[in-house]
Design a protein around this ligand. Structure first.
Ligand code: ZN
Ligand code: ZN
Ligand code: ZN
Length: 157
């Protein structure tokens, strides 16, 4: 998945993600409660990273201010279901842009506009796994984050 075009129809992104969320939860026998859905909506409001406190502020704009623990629990749920990703280097979250069924995707973070895109790079992840295994290391989870400039910002620079 590449970086989103500046004037794309973002309501389609959000609608796709919410219907995927419904299907994923149904398949796994878990429940997308109203609060989890609201928090997913807040994260998915843009393709930029949001921190937990930004989410609380957004929630407070249209309803009661949620307790941080509530937001963290909902984020854990959404992370476990592959609906959002955590950007470890920024302690922030971004909505998943496409279904990749538990396979890792590299996160590309633009330093100028803050947009985050996901890059499917199965060969790169497989290569890392093989290299780690050669050291006797049993991999559980691999995260790859790249920072730089998206093509629009690189053109403007
Ligand atoms: Zn979008
Ligand atoms: Zn994703
Ligand atoms: Zn950019």
């Amino acid at each position: 998945m590449s970086f989103p075009e500046p004037h794309h129809n973002h309501s389609k992104c959000t609608a796709d993600l919410l219907s995927r969320a419904e299907r994923t939860c149904e398949r796994r026998g878990s429940k997308l409660t109203g609060q989890r859905r609201d928090i997913l909506n807040c994260v998915a409001a843009s393709h930029s990273a949001v921190g937990a406190y930004d989410i609380i502020e957004r929630m407070a704009e249209f309803g009661p201010r949620p307790a941080p623990i509530t937001v963290y629990r909902a984020l854990d749920f959404l992370l476990a279901h592959g609906l959002v990703h955590k950007i470890e280097s920024r302690n922030a979250f971004v909505a998943c842009s496409h279904a990749h069924d538990g396979l890792p995707a590299a996160l590309l973070i633009c330093e100028t506009c803050g947009l985050v895109a996901e890059l499917d790079a199965p060969d790169a992840f497989a290569g890392l796994k093989i290299a780690a295994a050669a050291q006797g290391f049993a991999e559980h989870r691999t995260m790859v984050e790249m920072t730089g400039l998206c093509s629009a910002c690189a053109r403007a620079a």
